[in-house]
Ligand binder design. Structure first.
Ligand SMILES: Cc1cc2nc3c(=O)[nH]c(=O)nc-3n(C[C@H](O)[C@H](O)[C@H](O)COP(=O)(O)OP(=O)(O)OC[C@H]3O[C@@H](n4cnc5c(N)ncnc54)[C@H](O)[C@@H]3O)c2cc1C
Ligand SMILES: *[C@@H]1O[C@H](CO)[C@@H](O)[C@H](O)[C@H]1NC(C)=O
Ligand SMILES: *[C@@H]1O[C@H](CO)[C@@H](O)[C@H](O)[C@H]1NC(C)=O
Length: 543
């Protein structure tokens, strides 16, 4: 188990071996994977939060037959399925809000950490791994979506996926949508907590920009809404990153208008046919394009796929690209007119020809491989040689893609302190992604994970001279533990976290996040490898 457990064991040993060795033997089982009896007792006897079904019926401990397969299904990044990844003492798949309340209060009173899991897509696996004894609170069953078209709003529970939300909206209306991420498998809970960027970002901003209420279970097990949680906590949960402030059960969102017919395109341009020139040019073109266009070029070793979503008809798009980006030579055949929900499927990389039903299929996840991601946020066009460098890197590795996610549009008109997500002036985000399977390792080679992570690190190094703004910033949903981590005891100082990753993810909003953290969770119960540390200040006007 984790090093804290080991330390406790050591202390226990030193004290007890000098007292009575038989007593030591009796105490030994503490070091096993067994859940403390007192925790189970707390779950079964805590009637503070009445429920219709017993929480024990959804509590899986290591000896339960389905524990293994359930744990397996929590893990979306296969890098963390390895045997040296610490395992939870229990997995609780909450069915009711009261289960979440009980799980929080019982974990707290028993000195166990919780890891909150909605979709499990955290790039560093923070929703299902910890170095200290912990319980996974899995929200996969809290997934209802209720749409109010009249009002143009919806309530969506954290355990739903983006695909399920999009599907439910489209079922009710062909002209409503929601601006969130482009990958249907991602969970609402983690995604909204960190911001949420996708193909409607230039027109409508982040997912978090369109959240108008939420239900949160706080550290004392209370359920709070926007009114009762107050404006600070409501600000913090919309972009401050998941797992620091409480468990968000559900979100009320404002739906947005989309035309009945949109145009989606993904022309591929090879490097032989000038893909680098086009990417370089794209940087100058994309900020000037209409907000109705969001583009996401993806480069791999063969070339670049120029993915576009245009909120309008194909003729209008072709006229625009003809004027603004003639070099791309976008043709009608590169594009298709379709409904917004069809564009979600088409642009997500899910296989073509499938009906949109696949958006609701949680078992379908082509990205369920070993993953490592690093990112940069770009404020100024990069020089040509940066793209040449990326291409050279890409052709030298057998795995790896580079995504260029447009920002801009409405984002530029939103203040950096409106929400914790501060990157409003960014032109685009580069995502350097490695995805691989284990087992392709030759004798004497490092493990494939080491190899691929090392290669990705080389790319990040290579980009340093071009992107170095101070500090080099990142988006919290593109989680990267290389930026630094909290210590396992949860005692990381504010200034260390600020220097390591705080300012990079949140710029000047980090301080406010840490002050709010101290107010709502002063004992730092909700903590993980990169959670916000509490900052205690004497005067409230410090915000
Ligand atoms: C294949 C893939 C594609 C992606 N595409 C996009 C994209 O297009 N745009 C984009 O912006 N991001 C994208 N992401 C990143 C994604 O937004 C984040 O990984 C997000 O945090 C995942 O949310 P989740 O609920 O699936 O993750 P989880 O792993 O369940 O949670 C992530 C973090 O949030 C915490 N958390 C989870 N649920 C809650 C809750 N209910 N209350 C409080 N804290 C909670 C967890 O403890 C963890 O720290 C992508 C990720 C992957 C793997
Ligand atoms: C786990 O195992 C215990 C002991 O056998 C059993 O009482 C309990 O019902 C099981 N839990 C689940 C969720 O199946
Ligand atoms: C519990 O049961 C009551 C009565 O049937 C019902 O009204 C309520 O919605 C249920 N609660 C949950 C969380 O299922």
């Amino acid at each position: 188990m984790g090093s804290m457990m080991m330390m406790t064991m050591k202390k226990v040993f030193i004290i007890l071996s000098s007292v009575h060795s038989l007593f030591f033997l009796l105490i030994l089982p503490v070091n096993s994977n067994l859940i403390p009896e007192s925790f189970i007792h707390c779950l079964s006897s805590d009637h503070q939060f009445p429920s219709n079904t017993s929480i024990l019926s959804v509590t899986y401990v290591t000896t339960n037959a389905s524990y293994q397969s359930l744990l397996h299904s929590c893990v979306q990044n296969l890098r963390f399925l390895s045997s040296d990844t610490p395992k939870p003492l229990a997995i609780i798949t909450a069915l009711e809000y009261s289960h979440v309340q009980t799980a929080v209060t019982c974990s707290k009173s028993n000195g166990l950490q919780i890891r909150i899991r909605s979709g499990g897509h955290d790039f560093e696996g923070l929703s299902y791994r910890s170095q200290v004894p912990f319980v996974i609170l899995d929200l996969r069953n809290l997934k209802s979506v209720s749409i109010d078209i009249e009002d143009g709003s919806a309530w969506v529970e954290s355990g739903a996926t983006l695909g399920e939300l999009y599907y439910a909206i489209a079922e009710k209306s062909p002209v409503h949508g929601f601006p969130a991420g482009s990958y249907p498998g991602v969970g609402i809970g983690g995604h909204f907590s960190g911001g949420g960027v996708g193909y409607l970002v230039r027109k409508y901003g982040l997912a978090a920009d369109n959240v108008i209420d939420a239900l949160v279970v706080d550290v004392n097990g209370r359920i709070l809404d926007k009114e009762s949680m107050g404006s600070d906590l409501f600000w913090a949960i919309r972009g401050g990153g998941g797992g620091s402030f409480g468990v968000v059960l559900a979100w009320r969102i404002k739906l947005v208008q989309v035309p009945a017919v949109v145009t989606a395109c993904k022309p591929i341009r090879t490097f032989e046919h000038g893909a680098i020139d086009l990417l370089h040019k794209w940087q100058y073109v994309q900020p000037k394009l209409s907000e109705k266009i969001t583009s996401l070029p993806v480069s791999n070793r063969l070339g670049v796929e120029f993915n576009f979503l245009f909120l309008g008809r194909v003729e209008e798009l072709l006229e625009m690209t003809e004027d603004e980006f003639p070099e791309l030579q976008l043709r009608k055949e590169d594009c298709s007119e379709m409904s917004w929900i069809e564009s979600v499927l088409f642009l997500s990389g899910y296989p073509g020809g499938n009906s949109i039903e696949i958006l609701k299929n949680r078992a379908y996840n082509p990205f369920r491989v070993h993953l490592k991601l690093k990112t940069d946020l770009i404020h100024q066009p990069l020089p040509y040689e940066a793209f040449e460098g990326m291409r050279k890197w890409n052709t030298g590795v057998d795995s790896g893609s580079i995504f260029f996610q447009s920002y801009g549009g409405i984002m530029k008109r939103i203040s950096e302190s409106e929400l914790p997500f501060p990157h409003r002036k960014v032109q685009y985000e580069i995502l350097y992604l490695m995805g691989w399977m284990e087992g392709d390792k030759k004798d004497g080679e490092k493990s494939s994970s080491e190899k691929y992570i090392h290669q990705l690190g080389e790319l990040y190094e290579l980009m340093t001279p071009y992107v170095a703004d101070n500090p080099r910033s990142a988006y919290v949903n593109s989680r990267d533990l290389d930026l630094g981590t909290n210590d396992v005891f949860g005692t990381t100082t504010y200034s260390k976290a600020e220097n390591d990753w705080g300012l990079r993810y949140f710029k000047n909003n980090f301080r406010k996040l840490a002050i709010i953290k101290a107010e709502v969770d002063p004992t730092n119960f909700f903590n993980h490898q990169q959670s916000i540390p509490p900052l205690f200040v004497t005067h409230h006007n410090e915000l």
